[in-house]
Design a protein around this ligand. Structure first.
Ligand code: BGP
Length: 478
């Protein structure tokens, strides 16, 4: 495989799809894999509201060849996946599990054989249980453990993997873990931990990026952020102030270190507004300076639509029950701001906005405010309930319609000068949707979880295949 520059020069654009280890692999205790925090949570906690787990997930662990074959047949030229930390380093630090290394080596080699460029995320929510027991991301020692694990991966796979990201959605992960309380270890409305998590996650990322550069890996590395571009309800009072506060809450603790190699200038002011402190150490500033990413991975599903706070105590709304619940997604932060509900924007069955225009707005905003970084859309998709026909075929017209719109806005942004070089549809095949279980489907390929994990490409899979082909034809003809 070529050098990092070739990854882009040999292709018109990176078109692919993505998954995460816990959500698709299964094999939860196969080949000496360590137990993960999610294994523990799903097996033991009353807060696993849908009583499902990732023990077998989509059985990708055993069927990865079939899935990679389908990617290649679908004209996809890249695949984003994550490595399970506990599969590679079962206790989080220390002993390396050769079984885990062998598995990822085989899978990566198979991707390359099929001309699928692997894009590896080192951490996608699935913490080894041993580290969770020591306080997880609130314990600063984890930043060294992560760095050690990252080095094991760079050493093992860095000769072939060119595209890397350290951490998936540190902001949203911290939000679910510390504010909503639906992800383990289930803290609720804990603003202090919400920000300390983000700090520690970004510090861990910075340390790993520094190691990546020291080890001279021929590739590029960044972090993946959940897009939360802030838009204000027109009724908002003190617009500038509310924008600044909400933008800090949703974006700035990630985007500023990731793209500028420092902490946000407004951090001190925000500590007072949100009433939190950050445990830090001398030397962190230098670590952030060195830990700036080469690119930004952007998971783009929605914006954050807010207004000034009107009344009521801090409250977090979330919906892990889908159509069985009327709950929308949002937050009210006492005295600061609250989510606003735009009647003109459609919502999915889980109460989240579906608003493809955001793709354009967010990309332009990042280009303008953060010195035009290289961006890859590392996730974008649409979760729905689905019923296949008698041949197991899913005619997912709703997904296709939304998908097409998102892509249209992405290419418009590209046309307007945004340096976007890749797109990964979420998800490659149906998989475990965290506590939403298996009924919330995102895949381009259907998985029949009741019938030996049988794969059947959906209409959207063929639609995407044609879309990529036409895109390539057009570029090649010009
Ligand atoms: C992102 C995560 C993914 C995926 C996706 C859809 O935040 O990175 O892992 O799950 O969202 O979310 P959900 O499955 O909760 O609908």
């Amino acid at each position: 495989m070529g050098k990092i520059d070739n990854v882009f020069s040999e292709r018109n654009f990176l078109w692919g799809s993505g998954t995460a280890a816990y959500q698709c692999e299964g094999g939860w205790d196969a080949d000496k894999k360590g137990t993960g925090e999610w294994d523990y949570f799903n097996h033991n906690s009353a807060l696993n509201v849908n009583s499902q787990d990732g023990d077998d997930a989509s059985d990708f662990f055993h069927r990865y060849k079939e899935d990679i074959d389908l990617m290649a047949e679908g004209n996809q030229n890249t695949y984003r996946f994550s490595i399970s930390w506990a599969r590679v380093v079962p206790n989080g630090t220390g002993e390396v599990n050769q079984g885990g290394i062998d598995y990822y080596n085989d899978m990566i080699n198979y991707c390359l054989e099929k001309n699928i460029e692997p894009n590896v995320t080192l951490f996608h929510y699935d913490l080894p249980l041993e580290l969770a027991k020591q306080g997880g991301w609130l314990n600063r020692n984890i930043t060294d453990a992560f760095n050690e694990y990252a080095q094991v991966c760079f050493e093992a796979f860095g000769d072939r993997v060119k595209l890397w990201s350290t951490i998936n959605e540190p902001r949203y992960y911290s939000y679910c873990t510390n504010m909503v309380g639906n992800y383990p270890p289930n803290r609720h409305q804990d603003v202090q931990s919400y920000f300390q998590y983000q700090y520690n996650l970004m510090l861990a990322s910075a340390k790993a990026i520094t190691s990546f550069r020291k080890m001279n890996i021929d590739g590029m590395i960044g972090i993946v952020h959940d897009n939360g571009n802030v838009e204000l309800d027109p009724d908002t009072e003190n617009k500038e102030e509310i924008f600044k506060i909400a933008d800090f809450f949703y974006n700035r603790m990630i985007l500023v270190p990731a793209l500028e190699g420092k902490l946000p200038d407004e951090l001190e002011e925000m500590k007072e507004k949100f009433k939190f402190m950050i445990f830090h150490e001398d030397g962190d500033k230098e670590l952030f300076e060195k830990g700036k990413g080469d690119y930004l991975g952007l998971n783009l599903y929605n914006r954050q639509y807010v207004k000034h706070w009107e009344s009521g105590e801090t409250e977090v709304f979330h919906n892990n029950k889908g159509a069985q619940s009327k709950s929308k997604e949002g937050i009210r932060l006492e005295g600061l701001f609250e989510s606003s509900f735009d009647k003109n924007v459609k919502r999915n069955q889980w109460g989240r906005e579906v608003n493809p225009r955001i793709m354009y707005t967010a990309l332009i905003e990042i280009k303008e405010r953060y010195s035009d970084p290289l961006i890859m859309i590392t996730e974008n998709g649409h979760g729905i309930y689905e019923t296949p026909d008698k041949d197991d075929y899913v005619i997912d017209n709703e997904r296709i319609e939304i998908f097409e719109q998102f892509l249209k806005y992405m290419l418009q942004a590209k046309e307007a000068g945004v340096n976007v070089k890749g797109y990964y549809h979420w998800s490659t095949m149906d998989l475990y949707s965290w506590i939403n279980g298996y009924e919330k489907r995102y895949g381009l390929v259907r998985v029949d979880f009741e019938n030996d994990f049988k794969r059947t490409p959906k209409k959207s899979y063929y639609w995407f295949k044609d879309y990529i082909e036409h895109y390539n034809e057009e570029i090649n003809n010009n």
